[in-house]
Design a protein around this ligand. Structure first.
Ligand code: PAF
Length: 283
């Protein structure tokens, strides 16, 4: 495994590999790696000749500075896990390497309604920050494919839009959400949950399963209400949203008879930690 800290050096190396006919897969991460990330590394290794994992806690995507400060940083362990998975290249840049013009440099992406709905409504500016860093990483690595976890469903839709906007010849491949034994979606934030809250947090998975099971029998608004009530009665302190939406536009669906892909998404707080999860209700 080769470790690069400088953008120029990793670009140079990967351009040489491309000249040799090798395909490149990028798994962008913010570190604190878990099974979800490692499954993306595996997916990339199955699809591409060279797998690059970037580890960078991106300051521009945190709308809450306290959340940024508390974000878990576990680089030695991350490197150990990546080595064990036989990841080929790790890119571990500094802030100035990613943002040579400073983090405040203005760049705006036209993400349409995608950036104001759901996460966008509760985390203003978040997706602009995600696009800034992903744009830069795609530019540095120039991958053939990039791999993202479906757990961050809206982020996947946003990055697909970014790729389309920039007309990049890159395929976005989505990896399945990896869950713990009782259904809690793997997330770097789970490490901040106490044992009791971690147990209670599985209610998100139950709520999503409930929606999937009853979709078509009850109106979406009723299912959303039932699920939010269930979360609150099972230990969640607050629910930002339970939304049943069109899987492409992420706009709410009002009737159960839509022919489109339907996804249910949840964001809720437990023990002061904000968790998100989703489930495809109708493919
Ligand atoms: O999903 C994440 O970990 C981040 O949002 C990403 C895509 C690595 C950009 O910082």
């Amino acid at each position: 495994m080769i470790l690069y800290k400088k953008a120029e050096s990793v670009t140079e190396y990967l351009i040489e590999q491309k000249k040799l006919g090798k395909t490149i897969g990028l798994v962008p991460t913010m570190g604190a790696l878990h099974e979800g990330h490692l499954s993306l590394i595996e997916l990339s290794k199955q699809n591409c000749d060279i797998t690059v994992c970037s580890i960078f806690v991106n300051p521009t995507q945190f709308n809450d500075p306290k959340d940024f400060e508390k974000y878990p940083v576990t680089v030695p362990n991350d490197l150990h896990l990546l080595e064990a998975k036989k990841c080929d290249v790790v890119f571990l840049p500094s802030v100035s390497e990613i943002y040579p013009g400073g983090v405040k440099a203005v760049k705006h992406y036209d993400l349409s309604d995608l950036e104001n709905l759901l996460e966008g409504k509760y985390r203003p500016g978040h997706f602009q920050g995600v696009c800034k860093v992903v744009d830069r990483l795609l530019n540095i690595v120039k991958p053939d494919k990039t791999f993202l976890g479906q757990k961050d469903y809206q982020q996947c839709m946003v990055i697909q839009r970014l790729i389309n906007l920039l007309e990049l010849p890159i395929e976005l491949v989505l990896g399945n959400t990896i869950r713990e034994a009782k259904g809690l979606a793997m997330s770097s934030r789970n490490s901040r949950l106490g044992q009791d809250d971690k147990q209670k947090a599985t209610a998100i998975y139950s709520a999503l399963n409930y929606i999937k099971e009853h979709y078509g029998e009850k109106l979406p608004a009723q299912l959303e209400e039932d699920a939010a009530r269930f979360l609150k009665s099972h230990g969640f302190d607050a629910v930002d949203y339970v939304s049943i939406v069109n899987g492409t536009t992420l706009k709410p669906v009002n009737e159960s008879n839509s022919n489109n892909k339907i996804v249910a998404l949840i964001a809720a707080f437990i023990g002061g930690i904000r968790l998100i999860d989703n489930m495809v209700v109708k493919p």
